[in-house]
Design a protein around this ligand. Structure first.
Ligand code: GTP
Ligand code: MG
Length: 201
């Protein structure tokens, strides 16, 4: 899919104040620092549309980016960020949960996990919660460039085997790197397919 335009629209912590447009949207969620904001920039070819940082806890609000004037990418704060206070964490959790359970325009979520790591409890729990709430999701493995080529496939395979202990089927997944652009066409192609299904239904 060709990205013709990508614009920041609004940030907020209240799902009722998200854009009212009835356009399909795709949300990026995962632990802090996993690379959500970087992936959004990589997908739309804009270096700093979404703000990124080497320090976890950069994204603190729900951010809507309008793409090609007809769908949204949504950047969210990370979960499991240990260094924010307990009360801030609760506020994050509350509006993230509200976003996923109330946002009608959300057509699919992408749960980002670091390609170098084995499944983490917090990610497995979040995926389970999405499943229970019937929110379709795919997994995106990030930072694939940080693993030597020979280690990447075995690591992903071992992640999949562990997932299959909890899920009957492995969710749809993508292997990406925001620094090399790996996975870009696959993720955008997937979004385009859903957008086309929606517009013809
Ligand atoms: P929060 O907003 O804090 O939840 O983090 P985030 O998930 O949005 O992560 P962000 O995109 O800000 O990236 C965190 C750090 O990881 C930054 O220093 C990025 O440059 C780095 N990073 C993100 N993606 C990649 C990648 O694919 N490869 C490499 N090598 N570094 C990456
Ligand atoms: Mg971020």
């Amino acid at each position: 899919m060709k990205i013709r335009s990508a614009e920041f629209i609004i940030s907020n912590s209240d799902v009722t104040r998200c854009p009212k447009d009835q356009l399909p949207e795709y949300a990026f969620i995962g632990r802090s620092n996993v690379g959500k904001s970087s992936l959004i920039n990589m997908l739309v070819d804009r270096k700093s549309l979404a703000k990124t940082s080497g320090r976890p806890g950069k994204t603190q609000l729900i951010n809507h980016f309008l793409i090609n004037k007809n769908w949204f990418l949504v950047d969210l704060p990370g979960y499991g960020y240990a260094r924010v206070s307990k009360s801030t964490k609760k506020v994050f959790q509350k509006f993230i949960t509200a976003y996923f359970s109330k946002r009608k325009q959300l057509v699919a979520a992408f749960v980002l996990v670091d390609a170098r790591h084995d499944p983490q409890k917090i990610d497995l729990e979040f995926m389970q919660w999405l499943g229970e709430n019937q929110i379709p999701f795919s997994i995106i493995f990030t930072k694939a460039d940080k693993l030597p080529k020979t280690k990447l496939a075995p690591q992903i395979n071992s992640y999949i085997s562990e997932m299959l202990q909890y899920w009957e089927e492995m969710p749809n997944y993508f292997i990406t790197s925001s620094s090399s652009g790996l996975g870009k066409e696959e993720v955008l192609g997937y979004i385009q397919e859903i957008n086309e299904q929606i517009s013809t239904s």
